[in-house]
Design a protein around this ligand. Sequence first.
Ligand SMILES: Nc1nc2c(c(=O)[nH]1)N[C@H]1C(S)=C(S)[C@@H](COP(=O)(O)OP(=O)(O)OC[C@H]3O[C@@H](n4cnc5c(N)ncnc54)[C@H](O)[C@@H]3O)O[C@H]1N2
Ligand code: MOO
Ligand SMILES: [Mg+2]
Length: 407
Amino acid sequence: MTSSHAASLAPMEDALATLLDGVAPLPVERQPCEQAEGRVLAAPVVAALDVPPFDNSAMDGYALHHEDAGQRLPVALRVAAGAPGERLERGHCARIFTGGQLPEGADCVVMQEKVQRVGDEAVIPADIPAGDNVRRRGRDVRAGAPLLDAGTRLDAAALGHLAGQGIVEVDVHRRPRVALLSTGDEIIDPGKPLAAGQIYNSNRPMLKSLLERFGAEVVLTRSVPDSPEGTRDCLKEAAEVADLVVSTGGVSVGEEDHVKAALETLGTLNLWRLAIRPGKPLALGQMEGPGGTPVRFVGLPGNPVSSYVGAWLFLRPLLGALQGCESMAELPRLWARSDFATSTGPRQHYMRVRLAFAPQGVSALAFSDQNSGVLSSCIDADALAVIPPHCEIAPGDKVECLWLRTW
Ligand SMILES: Nc1nc2c(c(=O)[nH]1)N[C@H]1C(S)=C(S)[C@@H](COP(=O)(O)OP(=O)(O)OC[C@H]3O[C@@H](n4cnc5c(N)ncnc54)[C@H](O)[C@@H]3O)O[C@H]1N2
Ligand code: MOO
Ligand SMILES: [Mg+2]
């Protein structure tokens, strides 16, 4: 009986292919840049302006023509940042400040520490090359050049770059709307007293946090009773409002696990049971929303670590695809030296590890208890060490790790 299990577990690659099959980015909307952090560009942005828009000084000092260096020059101009450009005659210099527009006729700047000021004149050292301490127009960005690619997730640097062009609005994909269902008669909300046999719902806030980090908007949360009707009703309600329905618990083989059967009354179960640990009974499927729109379904196993790992491995790429964000398709990978010994059976193991970076290399330090009910293993976990099926790992062996300190 149990020996047939391995054969019926889908490998990770099949699961990802099923998950992403036919997924297209959500419609485009215009968004003020001020509210666009974490959103994904739907179209490339081309620079309209040179940045910087004019040659300017990189230092507080004196601007001059380089052939006038090595002399005592009258200080003919004063150029503060923000002042319009002026003309500097040969044989003169200009007092200038960082960011000030380089006067026409000047081609270099000498920092003030190297200049001796004598009344209205400045003694300039010799041999200053043309271009010294000058930031040329268009050095950072040239007008007409690509600024940001479609599919870029807007982070701090990208938002700064857009603002540098004077851009205030961008076209981004709509945020995926997610309904988050917590199944289990034993699960209650924090804030209420615990009765015998009950536990608090830790999956909901954990997954809400991850979903938002991956760019989603959680539009509905429900606590779902362990009954066929209750599960079906909640799935139906969720499919009315969401692009993606995520549930936790109720996907294993017990009589109290109703999610798969309920899903099949409303849509299709595309894949169930994977060769991964944790997360074996994970279920993938789809339903229809209003007007026949596709609604994706991911049923995460109830154990908190199975939910946590399942969110990184499945919800992240799915939400990336719904937002047109290529870089979310796979987690960044790196190799590290294990500090642990382990062996795997038919399932690929995703071990929670802390990474220690040292000059000799990176070490993967595994949390001592890797059970899927032990959420402490995820605290401080920088990465998931991927141990392939039927594999022996000894301390010192290289293991591939998926980096989790990302969005
Ligand atoms: N006979 C078998 N039993 C189980 C198998 C199996 O192959 N054969 N697989 C085990 C594995 S592996 C997993 S993973 C779990 C997954 O079970 P379910 O998805 O059906 O989840 P539940 O049974 O509803 O709950 C499991 C566990 O997690 C706790 N839980 C659930 N939701 C939450 C929540 N929101 N916050 C905190 N904790 C939660 C729940 O109380 C249970 O302890 O099945 C194994 N069984
Ligand atoms: O798949 Mo379960 O998550 O091994 O405990
Ligand atoms: Mg169960």
